[in-house]
Design a protein around this ligand. Structure first.
Ligand SMILES: [Zn+2]
Length: 150
């Protein structure tokens, strides 16, 4: 940006040229779609009306990138629903065992993020999807026990 002008500067050719150059750019529309105001850039590379607008836009972009995480959250809720249904089916069983293949058949997604907590009784990890959890009982048979938070 242009520096401060003193009285000598005001009278100089340089000052005059600078004023011209300041006015050289024609108005453009701010690149933040949420803003869209028309402004006169003071630099050829300026595409946002002001710095805050650029920051807002980049924040929005990051928010959009987080959407993949939101869809992960959606799948996590679906996983929970599948476990809840399986739990209901096994309600009278002492051990609520379910095979991986059955869960996958119901569109359970094991790639979805879960909170992992160790079962202190068995020493095995439980993958929690909200209030339902899966504990891998038999890795060879891909057998899980379903847990429910009290
Ligand atoms: Zn703007």
């Amino acid at each position: 940006m242009s520096g401060k002008c003193n009285v000598f500067c005001y009278l100089s050719k340089k000052h005059f040229m600078r004023r011209i150059s300041n006015r050289r750019y024609s108005p453009i529309t701010c690149s933040n779609p949420a803003c869209g105001i028309e402004f006169v850039p003071h630099d050829r590379r300026q595409i946002y009306c002001e710095q805050q607008c650029r920051i807002n836009f980049n924040n929005d972009k990051r928010h959009e990138e987080n959407n993949s995480r939101f869809s992960d959250e959606k799948q996590s809720r679906l996983n929970r629903k599948i476990l809840a249904a399986a739990w209901e089916k096994l309600i009278n069983q002492k051990e609520k065992l379910v095979a991986r293949i059955n869960l996958e058949w119901d569109k359970f997604n094991f790639q979805t993020q879960a909170s992992i907590k160790k079962n202190l009784k068995t020493g095995r990890n439980i993958l929690w999807y909200h209030d339902y959890g899966l504990e891998l009982i038999d890795p060879a048979g891909n057998l899980f026990e379903i847990h429910k938070k009290p």
